[in-house]
Design a binder for this molecule. Structure first.
Ligand code: ADP
Length: 390
């Protein structure tokens, strides 16, 4: 059996999936090693959701990402019987030029290293497994799938910041992220709602990271993320859109260092910062704490504001799509968000929404509202197979 490995290496977790390649792609294994460097925990599930591994490890056994890769590599070599024909990687930053996935070689890795300052918390981790495979299995084809690529068709005017123009050429521009998720959802929408997919659609990817994308005829024209994955909506621990004057104030009046500021904006803000208790929407929904209520109210408020912004970019709105952890699983949050879209003509059907049906709006809703589960790993597997078959 020929198989593909999909790798998504984050700052403290390593996600991986194996797909069997036999005409179509079939998911065989889905695994995650999280808590790297703190409380390492490995879970691996088989095709039917059966648990193949569920283990804690001492912190010193998996102190960093290379150790995580060794542990997962050992497990796969021992237990996985397929013949690995390629590896597809999620790479957060493809810079200004990559509009599609790319075959990996030493030159590409050198180029992608240049984008590390643009995504310091993610890019080095994305590149580490790529380098390891290049070193140990140089013949194995590898493909880099970029979170930025789907947004590269934007009008360059929209991707500018209003700062001196030469900074744009230096790379200080809006890139947009979550592109693999939006590409998957756009493709899925064309299958399940072909009448809608060619029109004006906002997709809301609401997970620990959260953003929204405006799709016109299936192509991204705007995204709430900008230069980094800090912009736009407030997230689990990231701040979302903020007046740059706040950063100047913190630097100048609080004497903060850049590293302190980075920690606050990436790790201590968003729902966590606002609530003071949790970055997890499920926990906040279950809490009667005033901070939890405020955090969720603010999240919903900002989603509503950004929906208006993206609807303006599209010149109107035909459909709104929920995806990712919150969007796929929480009827309550969908109801609250849809209320903010009422002025655009969206209206939910409570029963369809509670049941999590594909179409959750009522028949009279001017804006159709859908729930479309995302699958970034399958998108990476498809790209990888397409590129190595080409
Ligand atoms: P990521 O893949 O970015 O880590 P997910 O897409 O899994 O994130 O989304 C995680 C978020 O989804 C968490 O805030 C979690 O609380 C929320 N979530 C998952 N299931 C539910 C649910 N049933 N109700 C409300 N929120 C949920």
């Amino acid at each position: 059996m020929d198989t593909l490995l999909v790798v998504n290496a984050g700052s403290s977790s390593l996600k991986f999936e194996i797909f069997a390649v036999a005409g179509s792609l079939t998911r065989q294994i889905k695994g995650k090693l999280d808590g790297v460097g703190t409380a390492p925990h490995l879970t691996i599930k088989g095709a039917g959701g059966d648990r193949l591994a569920d283990e804690d490890y001492p912190r010193e056994t998996v102190p960093d990402l290379p150790a995580a890769m060794r542990l997962v590599g050992d497990w796969l070599r021992e237990r996985h019987e397929g013949r690995l024909i390629a590896v597809g990687h999620r790479v957060v930053h493809g810079g200004p030029d990559h509009m599609r996935p790319a075959r990996i070689n030493d030159d590409l890795v050198r180029e992608l290293e240049r984008y590390t300052p643009l995504a310091p918390l993610h890019q080095p981790n994305n590149l580490a497994p790529i380098r390891a495979f290049l070193e140990h299995q140089p013949q194995l084809p590898q493909v880099a799938c970029f979170d930025t690529a789907f947004h590269r068709g934007h009008d360059p005017m929209a991707d500018h910041y209003a700062i001196p123009a030469h900074y744009f050429d230096e790379g200080i521009r809006r890139y947009g992220f979550h592109g693999l998720s939006y590409e998957y959802v756009a493709g899925r929408l064309a299958e399940v709602a072909p009448d809608i997919s060619g029109r004006r659609v906002i997709v809301a990817h609401l997970g620990s990271g959260a953003s929204m994308c405006a799709l016109n005829r299936g192509r991204s024209v705007e995204c709430t993320f900008g230069f980094t994955a800090l912009d736009g909506l407030p997230m689990g621990t990231r701040c979302g859109q903020i007046d740059p004057g706040v950063l100047l104030y913190l630097l100048q009046q609080h004497g903060m260092t850049a590293v302190q500021l980075q920690d606050i904006l990436y790790k201590e803000s968003g729902l966590m910062g606002l609530s003071g208790t949790s970055n997890d929407v499920r926990e906040l929904l279950a809490s009667s704490d005033a901070g939890a209520t405020m955090a969720l109210d603010h999240f919903v408020h900002r989603i509503g504001l950004n929906a208006g912004l993206l609807a303006a970019a599209l010149g109107g709105l035909d459909a709104f799509v929920f995806t990712a952890g919150v969007g796929e699983n929480s009827p309550v949050m969908r109801t609250r968000i849809a209320e903010k879209l009422g002025w655009l003509g969206a209206s939910l059907d409570p029963e369809r929404n509670d049941a999590g049906e594909l179409r959750v709006s009522n028949d009279d809703s001017k804006v159709a509202v859908y729930v479309v589960p995302t699958d970034e790993e399958l998108m990476i597997a498809r790209h990888t197979l397409a590129l190595i078959s080409a």
